[in-house]
Design a protein around this ligand. Sequence first.
Ligand SMILES: Nc1ncnc2c1ncn2[C@@H]1O[C@H](COP(=O)(O)OP(=O)(O)O)[C@@H](O)[C@H]1O
Ligand SMILES: [Mg+2]
Length: 248
Amino acid sequence: MNKSIAIQFNRVSKSYPIYSHLGAGLKGFIFNLPKALKGLARERFTALENISFDINRGETVAFMGRNGAGKSTTLGLIAQVLKSTSGTVAVHGRVSPLLELGGGFHSDLTGRENILLNGVLLGLSRKTIKEKEDSIIGFSELGNFIDQPIRMYSSGMLSRLGFSVVAHLDPEILLVDEVLAVGDIAFQEKCKNKITEFKKSGVTIVLVSHSIDDVRKLCDRVIWIENHKIQMDGPTTEVLPVYEKYFV
Ligand SMILES: Nc1ncnc2c1ncn2[C@@H]1O[C@H](COP(=O)(O)OP(=O)(O)O)[C@@H](O)[C@H]1O
Ligand SMILES: [Mg+2]
């Protein structure tokens, strides 16, 4: 792999097993249980089909496309929390993922405890996390809520906590999946400024967003996924007009 490449997908497909279909009905299902179970396990749903792309170090790329297209699956494969069904995924650099809302958080722990948990999961030492704790909490602006269990948090508060941790990780490859949209406007601006700062310092950034304005401001390139395949991949200025025409 070329040294300047951070992420490389080569003919990647990802399918998930489907277990919901009962075929011959519940009775038939129960009377032929072993066979029925085998049949069910064989059924798969294709979330990504034969996707190839290279992302260079320092590139800022947005994945766009409708709900269910396969964007989060792509980020999960980059973060290596998912495994491809076929094809190869290569990633060079430390990945700091901010995936689905509250992913990596535990609802019975407080915000403060979750910072520690999340930091450890993302590869920091306890000492480093403790050193950064005040700064993380300050950035989150969660105030006294930081010592409440996060099941009391709104989705916006969860995204504050998640982004604040990731923003202090010193990432090489930053993944941000739709969390910008949940915070309030002031926090969204703060996140975007932080992302711009990372961009200037050469961090590779991959984000999922439905906001055309955000993508225009933050990203050099758009990979548009439609029906689990790449519909278009190119400079933001070329893809966005076509994308807008298609959807708006
Ligand atoms: N764990 C899973 N099991 C089964 N199907 C899944 C799973 N995760 C995602 N899918 C399906 O894969 C498709 C792509 O999902 P996803 O990557 O989350 O889409 P997006 O982020 O673009 O909205 C969707 O149709 C979704 O229902
Ligand atoms: Mg998604």
